[in-house]
Design a protein around this ligand. Structure first.
Ligand code: GYE
Length: 305
């Protein structure tokens, strides 16, 4: 009979903790704001933070988590780049007796489970974010909508869920047609390149839905290079709500943005403290997100990250 570990690793109450934060990449303002929030709050609490940046590689991120396990951190905060490969890292930590809290992205739910393999997921409801974009489009487009969807990183939970939420919301509306959906890896220049290529195949596009601000900003550059007016000839919608995108909403080049707040530090560490104190932690802790349109963008600029 093989002994199977049951339940989550224990963590006692301590004055200060040594925790790991395994970041997925640092190529955009959202990631930089998230890292800053994690570092600042650790400093404020007087906790030691072991920080790693996987540089956009799931394999490197698995190795980063293994190195945190070897350094015997008290707990690991993980922003899993992709749903499947990082489930294994979560299980390694658990087997080593180190609790894991997932931040902002999830792991495949058939491979690892909250309350058993990891403590909880803290982040946004990505399906709802996609739904909100779809609902806004239904209410605001005129005539036939011909949509290009710029997808986030293949295999990541926000890309899967932002697609599902959006497509479910618009699927029964015959005045909305999705022309093409392609991976832009949540990156600005990739978004620009993909948009440039898709524009050649679909010059009649009049809506762009980008899974994050960075790809929307890249798409705007491609649209302008093709002589189109983003925000007018082509409706542009995205998710994240960073300052640059909110400013573009105020300027009329982006029409609608759903926020996805990257400031995780205070909530992440408070959750770990509750866990250490033996409080019951829900399987998911969902961040509330606001949104920005032509009416609210200006006022929102002050607090956008
Ligand atoms: O939208 C994007 C980032 O996982 C929620 O990842 C996060 C997403 C965010 O790179 O900009």
């Amino acid at each position: 009979v093989v002994a199977v570990a049951q339940g989550l690793p224990k963590l006692g109450v301590k004055k200060t903790y040594k925790v790991g934060f395994a970041q997925t990449e640092s190529n955009n303002p959202w990631r930089i704001a998230q890292t800053k929030s994690m570092q600042e709050e650790a400093k404020r609490l007087g906790w030691q933070l072991v920080y790693t940046d996987a540089g956009g590689s799931a394999a490197k991120q698995v190795a980063d988590v293994n190195s945190m396990i070897a350094q015997k951190v008290d707990a690991i905060f993980l922003a899993p780049r992709e749903e499947k490969p990082l489930a294994a890292a979560v299980k390694n930590a658990r087997a080593a007796g180190i609790p894991v809290i997932l931040l902002d992205r999830n792991v495949d739910q058939s491979l690892a489970k909250a309350g058993t393999d990891y403590v909880t997921f803290i982040g946004s409801d990505f399906i709802q974010e996609g739904q909100r974009v779809g609902t806004w489009l239904k209410a605001n487009h005129k005539g036939q909508a011909r949509v290009i969807q710029l997808l986030g990183t293949t295999g990541s939970s926000p890309a899967n869920d932002r697609r599902k939420g959006f497509e479910d919301a618009v699927k029964s509306d015959t005045s909305i047609k999705i022309l093409a959906s392609q991976d832009g890896d949540f990156a600005r220049d990739k978004g620009r390149q993909v948009m440039q290529t898709l524009l050649q195949a679909h010059p009649d596009v009049n809506v762009v839905y980008a899974h994050n601000d960075e790809m929307a900003i890249g798409a705007i550059a491609a649209l302008e290079a093709a002589g189109k007016k983003p925000g007018k000839d082509v409706l542009v919608m995205s998710i994240d709500g960073g300052k640059e995108a909110v400013q573009l909403v105020a300027n009329g080049k982006i029409n609608y943005v759903v926020e996805c707040n990257p400031r995780f530090g205070p909530k992440a560490y408070a959750t770990l403290k509750d866990y250490a104190a033996g409080k019951k932690i829900p399987a998911k802790i969902i961040n509330p997100d606001r949104d920005y349109d032509a009416k609210t963008a200006k006022a929102g600029l002050a607090t956008a990250y």
